[in-house]
Design a protein around this ligand. Structure first.
Ligand SMILES: C[C@@]1(CC(=O)O)C2=NC(=C\c3[nH]c(c(CCC(=O)O)c3CC(=O)O)Cc3[nH]c(c(CC(=O)O)c3CCC(=O)O)/C=C3\N/C(=C\2)[C@@H](CCC(=O)O)[C@]3(C)CC(=O)O)/[C@H]1CCC(=O)O
Ligand SMILES: NC(=O)c1ccc[n+]([C@@H]2O[C@H](COP(=O)([O-])OP(=O)(O)OC[C@H]3O[C@@H](n4cnc5c(N)ncnc54)[C@H](O)[C@@H]3O)[C@@H](O)[C@H]2O)c1
Length: 223
């Protein structure tokens, strides 16, 4: 189906960056945002740029990134690199790096022309084990960030404990050979999340009901 959404043919993923060799080219504001996300997820990116923002400089001083203080040279890109984040202010250089990355089969994120790259960076948030990534398909990065902030405010406090508790319950059920899906669904609907957000005792009652139905003993959520 033809639509006017350029990202209809894009699919969201989680990418294990901590295990990847990541090269960032450019040391300005856009590089800084991306590097912070990469570092937050455990990557130690290598960065090539004649200068750095003050936050990037601090990340270099504290050993979170490796910095080559110079302009990009062709030899910076080689096939062992998994992902290149192109964020220089020079469109010709960006174009050249993107072409080289493609020839080497390296995944590429392009700040100056995002949809000609392979990945884009969404607006991100974490609440314990919960990860939310928001995109407006490039329509408005500001709105993506606004939606992210709104979700952050709206999520009830109990949500992190609920996720951790479900992880523990799921492990117990799998160990006992019981399919976790139907049970975990009872504790996952929007109505249920709204209920436990304000009435914690409903949680205990529902756990007891499940324990009785399935003759089980389940863990309890943390207080
Ligand atoms: C969400 C966030 C994540 C992040 O970057 O980490 C993000 N941009 C953020 C901020 C931000 N972006 C821009 C400004 C300057 C505004 C100003 O000051 O005027 C600021 C604010 C600032 O710089 O502070 C401008 C801008 N952005 C893009 C272009 C090029 C273009 O559209 O072609 C231009 C220049 C043209 C323009 O101005 O529009 C493109 C993209 N930006 C995306 C993500 C991807 C789409 C996300 C989606 O699908 O919704 C996409 C498509 C691709 C990509 O970049 O991978 C982050 C939110 C902050 C946060 O998370 O807190
Ligand atoms: N995707 C986005 O969210 C977004 C937002 C704003 C701008 N942009 C685009 O991203 C580009 C970068 O934006 P910015 O605000 O970070 O710019 P900036 O000017 O703050 O930073 C550019 C950085 O690139 C470095 N650089 C320039 N030539 C280089 C080279 N040959 N090799 C290595 N490093 C080099 C500069 O020294 C500087 O550190 C902009 O030109 C624009 O096209 C994208």
């Amino acid at each position: 189906m033809e639509t006017d959404n350029p990202m209809d043919s894009w699919l969201g993923f989680f990418y294990h960056v901590a295990k990847k060799r990541v090269l960032v080219i450019g040391g300005g504001r856009v590089a800084e945002r991306r590097v912070k996300k990469l570092v937050d997820s455990g990557a130690v990116p290598e960065l090539v740029s004649p200068n750095l923002t003050s936050d990037l400089y601090r990340l270099w001083q504290t050993g979170h990134i490796v910095w080559k203080m110079r302009r990009f040279v062709k030899g910076d890109l080689f096939s062992e690199i998994d992902l290149v984040v192109i964020a220089t202010s020079d469109h010709t250089v960006n174009e050249q790096i993107a072409t080289q990355a493609k020839a080497l089969g390296i995944l590429c994120a392009r700040a100056d022309d995002p949809l000609r790259g392979d990945i884009v960076f969404p607006a991100s948030m974490r609440a314990g084990m919960i990860r939310i990534e928001v995109s407006t398909s490039g329509a408005s990065p500001a709105l993506s960030a606004g939606i992210r902030d709104w979700l952050k405010q709206e999520l009830p406090e109990i949500i992190e404990a609920l996720a951790e508790w479900q992880r523990d319950v799921r492990a117990v059920l799998l160990r006992q050979g019981i399919a976790p899906g139907p049970i975990l669904k009872r504790f996952s609907s929007p109505e249920w999340i709204r209920t436990v957000a304000t009435d914690r005792s409903a949680f205990e009652r529902e756990i007891c009901a499940v324990e009785e139905t399935y003759s089980l003993v389940l863990p309890r959520p943390r207080p």
